[in-house]
Write a protein that binds this ligand. Sequence first.
Ligand SMILES: C[S@@+](CC[C@H](N)C(=O)[O-])C[C@H]1O[C@@H](n2cnc3c(N)ncnc32)[C@H](O)[C@@H]1O
Length: 207
Amino acid sequence: MRKEDQYVRQAEEWTERQYADAHAYLAHRAELIASLGRDLESDDEVLDLACGDGGLGELLLERDLRYRGVDVTAEMVEEATRRLGGRAAVELGDLNDYTPPEPVAATTIFRAIYYARDRAAFFRHAATYTEKKLVFDLNPRQYRLDAVVADLRGAGFGRIVLRPFFVPQTVALPASVAAVAKALEHTGPLARLALRFRFTYLVVASP
Ligand SMILES: C[S@@+](CC[C@H](N)C(=O)[O-])C[C@H]1O[C@@H](n2cnc3c(N)ncnc32)[C@H](O)[C@@H]1O
């Protein structure tokens, strides 16, 4: 079985089952996508590669952004289409070679950067259609940050922001604790210490 085949069975209610507090988690993700690096403006289009069932799309649409979701699993595309109705474009496609019909303001890829067959080639391809920023999450215990940054620079993404992301995926936090977790994202050495054991970076790369 290919690793990707697991998603055929998991497509139904992916977002609701994967995220303990889907709204809080994805709202924080959407806020950072919009605000880190170059600002996104109303009506800017976000291309979400490996979009799953489009859960992130709801939160980006709420911010008056346009959303285009692409996933290689037909069942995920069906779920995303059901979720987002006529409010967004959702397509079947492989992130390695997909090209949007028009350049997009931002390209995102969450929990899926490991599906890039050749990471440097993927960054170079994304740079051809991404105007403001490429955004993805990265586990620093799995990838060498300096190697990823070098690949981004090689593709022409010269401005790179690394932001710790401390809202947990599998635990729903009371609002007051979530606020502390978000504040800790700005704490430099303390944040880097936490990242040695858990959590991910949000990587925002602009040309
Ligand atoms: C862990 S899920 C992440 C879904 C969503 N981005 C999220 O953060 O909840 C990985 C997704 O990547 C998709 N995927 C795997 N390989 C892909 C590829 N080569 N091109 C596009 N999507 C792919 C799977 O179908 C699945 O929906």
